[in-house]
Design a protein around this ligand. Structure first.
Ligand SMILES: [Zn+2]
Length: 326
């Protein structure tokens, strides 16, 4: 079983932030850098995912993505990829960093040297992997399943400089061979029902990560923003359609993306007044029609009604676009 990798919430949040945060904001470059790293990381994980699909292996196996678990000290373990088979479990930390990547086991530092000579520090993937492995070993003591770990580099042109590491670091192309070596190394097998039980145990402990950073709405660009203008210009609502003030691109569905930005960055609920203020809709009736159209669950009486934006907001709203606007 290979689950489809979904974008982590933090990446969705940063994407929304990149669309909305004012370019001259004091923290713009800080968040832009976070976004770049996370986006590259996600792309790297997707690159490696095909290995699981191409894996020829006679037994049941599971690949869990973005597994988020809490340890007894209340610290989070965010595991990008966890491969589980009856022979062993493998923590795979995927890095999509180009240039020359150096892992120093003594300083626990990971540095990247670009072609132009600039050196930057990155969190050490080896230390991260070892931390996850230790945690998982403790968690599954009642199952006799070995816990392995590896750091996989998704970018084929990256040069790996590795002094004396305790864990293997290799390019994605080496993952197949490494898995085969582990199947040989751990011939003992768990029973199928034990394996399923173990996967259920892990999934039952899963924590839905939350974004704890709150940014004042005054730092965001308001309105429905035009995707054709790289979100630099506002779109206006007229007769059920959003139209860009600059390039005149027209769209009905773009409202779903704008609402997602609102949900990610501002609040999980919205009132008629908040909708009008944020999306620059003048008419009270038009705002009411919009909110009703999408049949969002609500609380409160008519005047003070609060609409709750569901977690699967885009899919939810998509259902109501097909029929067009009333
Ligand atoms: Zn435009």
């Amino acid at each position: 079983m290979v689950a489809i990798r979904k974008k982590p919430l933090k990446l969705l949040w940063l994407e929304a932030l990149m669309r909305r945060l004012l370019k001259d904001d004091v923290e713009f470059h800080y968040y832009q850098e976070q976004y770049r790293r996370l986006d590259a990381g996600f792309a790297g994980e997707q690159k490696v995912d095909h290995v699981w699909h191409e894996l020829i292996y006679p037994n049941t196996f599971f690949v869990l993505h973005n597994l988020c678990l809490m340890n007894t000290a209340q610290h989070l373990h965010q595991i990008d990829t966890l491969f589980i088979c009856p022979h062993f479990m493998l923590v795979v930390e995927i890095k999509n960093i180009h240039g020359r990547l150096e892992f120093n086991q003594h300083t626990h530092q990971c540095t990247r040297t670009r072609v132009d000579g600039t050196v930057e520090g990155f969190p050490n993937a080896l230390t991260q992997t070892e931390r996850h492995m230790g945690f998982l070993k403790n968690l599954i003591t009642s199952y006799s399943l070995p816990v392995e770990g590896a750091v996989v580099i998704a970018n084929p042109s990256t040069i790996i400089v590795n002094s004396t590491s305790t864990l293997p670091i290799f390019h994605a192309s080496g993952l197949h061979k490494y898995l085969q070596s582990l199947f040989k190394k751990h011939p003992k097998k768990l029973m199928d029902n034990q394996l399923t039980q173990l996967v259920h145990l892990l999934l039952s402990k899963q924590i839905i990560p939350q974004i704890h950073t709150s940014i004042a709405p005054s730092r965001f660009r308001h309105g429905v923003l035009c995707p054709k203008c790289t979100y630099q210009n506002n779109m206006y609502f007229h007769r059920g359609i959003w139209e860009c003030s600059f390039c005149h691109y027209r769209s009905i569905e773009i409202f779903a993306e704008a609402m997602l930005d609102y949900r990610l960055l501002i609040s999980h609920s919205i009132t008629n007044k908040q909708l009008r203020a944020f999306f620059r809709i003048n008419s009270n009736d038009a705002a009411t029609r919009l909110l009703r159209k999408f049949q969002f669950p609500y609380t409160g009486t008519y005047k003070n009604r609060v609409y709750h934006l569901p977690e699967n907001l885009l899919e939810h709203m998509k259902n109501f676009f097909d029929g067009g606007f009333a």
